[in-house]
Design a binder for this molecule. Structure first.
Ligand code: 13P
Length: 338
């Protein structure tokens, strides 16, 4: 893929009115999600669940891309079509999570480092062969009294930059995801300060590794009050704090930001996205790459029963439509009433 083609793919992923469905849960994470509906975490249940999501009629109006997991990119829909080809046929761009998860960072209590660089060049070539056109790598940053340390931020930024450079070399658009968790009792200004520090180091390191900013996307956390913080910021405050932080740190050469939902309620994530898109124009597309905030109501409606597939697809389509509207700044709570 030429440099120009990568830029076209990056821009297509943040097309106005659309966003990304993150369906790249590792076996451990999908186990947690399935537990909430008392469903066994078997390969076939995972396949059936993703099949239900990806074959939702009309989702392509609001969904530009889907992030798959290594197992999923090798699986087929119920009619035998491999998932990547099925998505392409609907005009949805298939992508793949290529990190191998966050592991404890040695000699750094409470901090993690994302692994997966060894053999990554070969895995990327294989994923591209299987139909992936973009990739994702997630670094996890935890806020505590004395963390994150600069050591942790630099180590994770190095991983993200190596991943992004290798992805571009392989003809894949990297989605760089440094997630500063909302877990904890910190207030919104602390979340802003840590997110800002993280993004500065990430973009310095991307530049050092010659990553082409025009051919990547950033997947940031929104800047929010910690989940256990007694003082919860309003939607307008969170949107303003998030945009201020991004404007201070993210070069305008990056075509778009695709926010993660990070454990916010689905409606709240939509409200925040809408607030950011309804203000004065930002220098990048402000998109979404939601996992839980798109899937949660569909998972609940499905509950592992084939008789519930139609209801589950309606739930996914509804959240996709709401977030598509939020991309344009035209979402309102009345949309939830239908
Ligand atoms: P959430 O939107 O559920 O945070 O998931 C997005 C994601 O891909 C995390 O890596």
């Amino acid at each position: 893929m030429t440099a120009h083609e990568l830029e076209i793919t990056a821009r297509a992923l943040v097309a106005p009115g659309k966003g990304i469905l993150a369906a790249d849960e590792s076996h451990g994470t999908i186990e947690k999600r399935f537990k909430s509906i008392s469903l066994q975490n078997t390969e076939d249940n995972r396949r059936a669940y993703r099949d239900m999501l990806f074959t939702t009629p009309g989702a392509e109006e609001f969904i530009s891309g889907v992030i798959l997991y290594d197992e999923t990119i090798r699986q087929n829909a119920h009619d035998g079509t491999p998932f990547p080809q099925l998505l392409e046929s609907k005009g949805i761009i298939p992508g793949i999570k290529v990190d191998l998860g966050a592991k404890p960072l040695a000699l750094a209590e409470g901090e993690t480092i994302t692994e997966g660089l060894d053999g990554l060049r070969e895995r990327l070539a294989e994923h591209r062969e299987l139909g992936a056109r973009f990739t994702k790598w997630r670094a996890v940053i935890t806020i505590g009294a004395a963390i994150p340390s600069d050591t942790c931020l630099r180590a994770n930024a190095h991983g993200l930059a190596r991943f992004a450079a290798l992805s571009q070399e392989a003809g894949l658009v990297p989605i760089v995801e440094p997630e500063v968790l909302m877990d904890g009792d910190h207030d919104i200004s602390r979340h802003a300060e840590v997110t800002q520090r993280t993004l500065r180091i990430v973009f310095d390191t991307l530049a050092e590794h010659r990553v082409r900013l025009e051919a990547m996307l950033l997947k940031p956390n929104m800047v929010l009050s910690g989940k256990e913080c007694p003082q919860q910021a309003s939607v307008a405050e969170a949107a303003e704090a998030t945009l201020r932080c991004m404007k201070r740190t993210v070069p305008v050469a990056v075509p778009g930001l695709v926010f993660l939902s990070g454990g916010q309620s689905d409606a709240r994530a939509t409200e925040h996205l809408n607030a950011m898109n309804s203000g004065s124009a930002a220098p990048w597309e402000l998109g979404f790459s939601f996992g839980r905030a798109l899937q949660a109501p569909a998972l609940k409606a499905w509950a592992g029963q084939s008789g519930n597939i139609a209801a589950a697809r309606r739930a996914l389509l509804h959240r996709s439509r709401c977030n598509g509207a939020a991309r344009l700044g035209i979402y309102s709570a009345t949309m939830e009433a239908v």
